[in-house]
Ligand binder design. Structure first.
Ligand code: SF4
Ligand code: SF4
Ligand code: FES
Length: 412
């Protein structure tokens, strides 16, 4: 069969251009075999990486029809059946019309990394980021043993999924978080981080969790877009590994540790209380840290004003339907998470973080509506109402003077 290969050709600091090659191929041919055919028979200047041809070395990652994949794993048949799933194998369209005999496959270099030439990217940041998670089993604090460290087959099996990573870069290429946050270490590094955390021989669990939970470089930088799970050719499921690390961090850190931790805890607690998020509280609790962070509260004012102006600031809150089922689900997930974090190599800390005072953290099922949908402490109630009055006063002033908040305080 004939297939059109549209390959992105590129050099550094030059506009990419698309080059088209027509190939006579077998449906069972891999994309890598087709690229070899182009290189050997049509255009020796086409550059791409390859090595094992057998889904082992991870060299041949590239974007095939828009997603990162291994060229030696994907076949023509698989690619075309993605485009026209029910018709390709029969060779006919459903109404009996013949298929267009020329089908297209687009090939481009991986994303999130600069191109060296054609389909070859510079993976320096990928390797550097891997290094930042300290991807080696720690033996610090141990005496050098007389014989090797032993590990039970069950404990070894816990490493299988993460250990399958061949460092191909597909997840890194298609990671949405990396596109906007170059400081994020990437899904490959965090999958490796979880491989270390799950290793019974590693003794650096607390240090690792503290490091991986800092800022937006570690687990909190992930936007949970699921791309890494979708493209990983080895079923490492980096997003699942990131979630495991997050559970470990959340178990050890309280809401004051960072805004990211607070965001997650407040979100879960508000949903647990009311079945969905009480928007009146969310910003104040997360960004304003329950009015402890004055700068954070002030930063919310412009947004609050705009919401009030457009009638989008909710004045009341009603619990969602089925709130007891929501609580039951959250409690079940928390129970499973606490069980899975117990499998991390180090035992849980002696003094685990106390539950947030403003929300039920118990794993026991909470039935019925929660009576505390308002601000939970006296101080919060006073502060909340004070802030609401402030917003309304500012809105009135804006409407009367036709000037906004920033103009009054001389920032505009
Ligand atoms: S996690 Fe999967 S996609 Fe990412 S580098 Fe490893 S094998 Fe490749
Ligand atoms: S789920 Fe997270 S780590 Fe995975 S690709 Fe999306 S943003 Fe990146
Ligand atoms: S050539 Fe080794 S994984 Fe494709």
């Amino acid at each position: 069969m004939q297939v059109l290969f549209k390959v992105v050709r590129q050099y550094p600091n030059q506009q990419p251009r698309l080059q088209t090659y027509t190939l006579e191929v077998e449906p069972s041919s891999t994309i890598l075999e087709c690229l070899n055919q182009i290189k050997w028979e049509q255009d020796g200047t086409l550059a791409f990486r390859k090595n094992c041809r057998n889904t082992i070395c991870g060299s041949c990652s590239m974007r095939i029809n828009g997603r990162a994949a291994l060229a030696c794993k994907e076949t023509i048949k698989q690619e075309l059946s993605r485009q026209i799933p029910s018709t390709f194998l029969s060779g006919k369209l459903t109404d009996g019309e013949e298929l267009n005999p020329i089908l297209e496959i687009n090939v481009a270099p991986m994303g999130n990394m600069p191109v060296i030439k054609d389909l070859i990217v510079d993976m320096q940041s990928f390797w550097q980021n891997l290094d930042t998670v300290d991807p080696y089993v720690s033996t610090a604090g141990r005496q050098v043993p007389e014989r090797e460290f032993l590990q039970s087959p069950e404990d070894r099996a816990k490493l299988d999924q993460m250990g399958n990573c061949i460092l191909c870069g597909a997840c890194y290429s298609d990671c949405n978080a990396l596109e906007v946050n170059p400081g994020f270490v990437g899904p490959h590094a965090l999958a490796k981080a979880q491989r270390m955390l799950a290793d019974t021989r590693d003794q650096a669990t607390e240090t690792r969790l503290s490091q991986y939970g800092q800022g937006t470089e570690g687990v909190w930088g992930c936007t949970r877009c699921y791309n890494c799970n979708a493209v990983c050719p080895m079923d490492v499921a980096p997003l699942d590994q990131i979630s495991q690390i997050k559970s470990g961090v959340l178990q050890r850190q309280d809401a004051q540790a960072s805004r990211s931790v607070r965001h997650r805890k407040v979100l879960v607690n508000l949903v647990q209380q009311g079945g969905w998020i009480d928007e009146r509280k969310f910003g104040f609790k997360v960004v304003g840290n329950n009015f402890k962070d004055v700068q954070g509260v002030l930063g919310l004012i412009p947004l609050g004003l705009r919401m009030l102006q457009r009638g989008k600031f909710p004045s009341t809150f009603e619990a969602s339907a089925g709130v007891s089922e929501v609580r039951s689900l959250i409690n079940s997930v928390k129970m499973r998470e606490s069980q899975s974090t117990e499998t991390m190599s180090d035992p849980a800390p002696q003094n685990p973080v106390a539950p947030e005072s403003d929300a039920p953290e118990s794993n026991a099922l909470v039935e019925g509506p929660d009576p505390s949908f308002g601000w939970n402490t006296y101080a919060e109630r006073i502060n909340g109402r004070f802030a609401m009055l402030g917003f309304i006063a500012l809105l009135v002033l804006e409407l009367v003077t036709h000037q906004d908040f920033f103009t009054w305080i001389g920032l505009r």
